[in-house]
Design a binder for this molecule. Sequence first.
Ligand SMILES: [Zn+2]
Length: 188
Amino acid sequence: MVLSSMWCKRKCGDRKRIMRLIVALLILYPSVVFSHSLEKQMPNFLQFIEDNSLYEYKNTPLPEIIIVNEKDVCTGAYGKPVDTCDIAGYYNHDTNQIYIRNEPTQYMVQDRFQEVVLLHELVHYLQYMDGTFEIVECRQNLEIHAYNLQELFVDSEGIDEQQKPDPLFALITSMCPNQHPLMFHTEQ
Ligand SMILES: [Zn+2]
């Protein structure tokens, strides 16, 4: 009896402490919990990309998903300190990590925002893994398929239309700068 009540005293205290810790973690690190649920969806998203394109997933290590704030996503994507930008996420092939913004950009909305970004970045992941990355004329060309698949995904899942890339923006960001010098304000 003494033993069991002592056990309870210790164990129950432990349990309360653990519960408190879990609650604290949920409050402090919602992004950790969220990225975990995104990770679970990766196989389905890769399947969606395979079903709707020529890209193939060949059991390469899955990327790590990291949720970051605006400043971190901008700074990471530009490679220099930038406070504000419209970048929703990016894939870092050197570290095999997908960075996703914690909140929608000004032109996107909440509706499954991080999933849509993940789908787009997984296209870049496959493009890197299958060598497409090496053969395109310029990096911007990689965006064409990523935007197409993003749009298809939004349509097939019945997600808010706002999550589709803006057609003009998609067109401009998919072009190689050297082919359209006027648009990029460079002199040639
Ligand atoms: Zn992209």
